[in-house]
Write a protein that binds this ligand. Sequence first.
Ligand code: AHR
Length: 613
Amino acid sequence: ATLTVSTTGGNASSPLLYGLMFEDINNSGDGGIHGQLLRNNGFQGSSQSLLAYAAVGSGASISIDTSTALSSAIKSTLKVSVVAGTTGYVGFSNEGYLGVPVNADTYSNYFWMKGAYSGTIILELVGNYSGTVYASKNISVTTSADEFSYFNTSYASTQSPDGSNVWRLRFDASKVSGSAIWFSLPQLFPSTYHGRSNGLRQDVGNFLEAMNPTFLRFPGGNNLEGQTTDTRWKWNETIGPLEDRPGRQGDWGYGNTDALGLMEYLQWCEDMNLAPVLAIWAGYSLGGTSVIGSALTPFVQDALEELEFLFGPTTTALGALRASYGHPEPYDITMVEIGNEDFIPCATYAQRFTPFYNAISAAYPNLTIIASTANSNCLPSPLPAGVWMDIHHYLTPSGFVGSFNEFDNQPRNGHAIFVGEYANTNFDSGAQIYWSNLQGATSEAVYMIGLERNSDIVKMACYAPMFEHFNMAEWSPDLIGLDSRPNSLTGSASYYVQKMFANSKGDTILPVSSSVGFGPLYWVASSTVFGKYYVKLANYGTTAVNVTVNIPTASNVQDAANLESFTGAADAINQPLDVIISPVSTTVIGSAAGGWSFLLPGYGVGVLTVNPA
Ligand code: AHR
């Protein structure tokens, strides 16, 4: 195939095209990207249990005390009782999310404690089966029986060879003989992304940053919606001190601590230079209830209050609250999405969307409002000018390849497109995949080429779900995952396609004339304002294709171009701790007039980069 790229004409490409979608699913928040490593630390969610905890030392026992609250939000605490006459050090352990990852790192440790005690507390990171102590810190404390006291310390750890580790806290049993001590909100953090307190894991932050994403859609997804109106994600219960955050029963079967709350999401955006796409609850909960009419008014008001908290001057009560939590400047948010997947409660969406739209756009006329569906049957008619529409696709490989031209004939009428969730989830046979294989990832690349060719109106696209904790996933496939083992952070085949494409996005999509039509080879060419050219290619055939790329009118480009290729067996899959396919870079020597020639294997993805001289 010969592709001849024109250096004139074409369309502007959306600067935001490739971003991230995040919700707490698969323990991707608690136990995933959020740095806090201890599980069930506030007994949040609908059912309370001692999950992840164990008593340490003979003579000690643990229980949940529902009558000794840390705060009005954290109503239950951990009671450690000591049998009279016990000596030595006893206490409790927490095994985190199927093991505490223990690396050569410095850990920050926080906890609340109540009870008449004056003496040493021993904090340790310990091999669960080996008993090896990787980190140990003694602190002296004096606490009273009348109120909880807060402790904050840090210590270095050595490397554990595996993920079977626990954090444990022990105290001098002889000083609590026949009595008890209470603990609440123990927290353990490794190094965090940008060194933030209550921050993201540094390793995960860096892994995502390498994708060069441009936006973050949050907090859901289904996890925005709640099974009932009352269990929806409530912005105002995810801000401020952690002891004031009650958490909630998330929509993916486990309690959410909401330690990764509204301001932590926005900190993530600021640190990774992402444009926030803030989803607002839109009156529908997954149990099937739509709130409509005057009953919706308090929820519209709640959305306005959320926006005032985010944007309001510090002379307003909510703006002042934001400032008191450490962010006096208004947040830089330009996009708000009303709801999630409202093609499901299609019949009520128009009457729910409109009050939110009217109130929000009246108060903040510069915000871009996104409807959570593009199904015109569910949208108000006419859809207000400038509203973008969110489309979701969970498809087979053939489904993605067949959708290559989905937006070629999309009306250019001001209603831009956001592909807010997409992934290859099933083989063409219909069977579900675990993680994407190369063929599936190539099919996503074909679809993404179609998105980029239309990125004058397709403003943003993001794979979903983004993350899983291995062995705690409700939903597969996912883009990346980890568990407690060292170096377990793994990118799927889809991750590498996302990374390749987002790191090679031009500003202008250039016209290409070709010796063949689309299929099985697909391409899109672009240029940057700095004189760089990118040609993205996906070969969705079984045989290799010889490709020559000419850019005859390009001036001042280097003869040595870079070809990043992502190839292998069609069924090759990256698995946890077993990355067998990742992109490889080679140099292709050519010239603008004579072209750059190379072979793109069957089921392969490639990006040719031609650099300015
Ligand atoms: O990405 C997983 C789920 O798929 C999302 O929560 C929901 O929006 C969609 O149905």
